[in-house]
Design a binder for this molecule. Structure first.
Ligand code: PNS
Length: 160
């Protein structure tokens, strides 16, 4: 597959599960834009700027990956960036219903943009940003859950 794909998400913070999907996306598309949703209604742990910086450091080994942010409708952002596809990771059956709904509404809004699902590596099937924050909050080990720079940032946020 060629062209540009957007990997959207909250990334609060980015996990190794996200990095797995981004790296695999970067192998099949010419260019990947990882874009952080700037959601005014959510109270995130990390600001959009912090999340962008964490993503930039964690993906710096991938030359065809850039990091950005967006607000408003994802489909408008994707068109604006001249991307052809949206990449989403699927962890378990529990993700399926919500992702099906999102893909369907996005297709209704613009059927020229394709949503492509990648099955998360089994190793990360239990992993989510919420779980990672919970683990960090109780000062439990974060090995194999998040990139090193994110581990450092989480430890700082939850320093005793
Ligand atoms: O990491 P998340 O929180 O599961 O990511 C969800 C995200 C950012 C992909 C989704 O909330 C989104 O696309 N939001 C933008 C608004 C939008 O386009 N909604 C769908 C049509 S109503």
């Amino acid at each position: 597959m060629s062209g540009i794909a957007v990997v959207p998400g909250s990334f609060d913070p980015v996990t190794l599960g996200h990095i797995d999907i981004i790296s695999r996306g970067a192998k099949v598309f010419d260019h990947i834009i990882v874009s952080v949703l700037n959601n005014q209604h959510k109270q995130p742990l990390f600001s959009v700027e912090e999340r962008i910086e964490l993503l930039q450091t964690a993906t710096k080994h991938l030359p065809n990956v850039e990091v950005d942010s967006f607000d408003g409708l994802l489909i408008d952002y994707v068109k604006n960036k001249k991307a052809t596809s949206i990449i989403k990771g699927l962890r378990a059956v529990s993700d399926f219903e919500y992702e099906l709904q999102m893909a369907a509404i996005n297709r209704k809004l613009d059927d020229s943009i394709e949503t492509i699902f990648m099955m998360t590596n089994n190793q990360y099937s239990y992993l989510s940003s919420s779980i990672v924050k919970e683990v960090a909050k109780y000062h439990a080990p974060l090995d194999d859950l998040v990139p090193n720079n994110v581990e450092v940032a989480l430890k700082k946020k939850f320093a005793k």
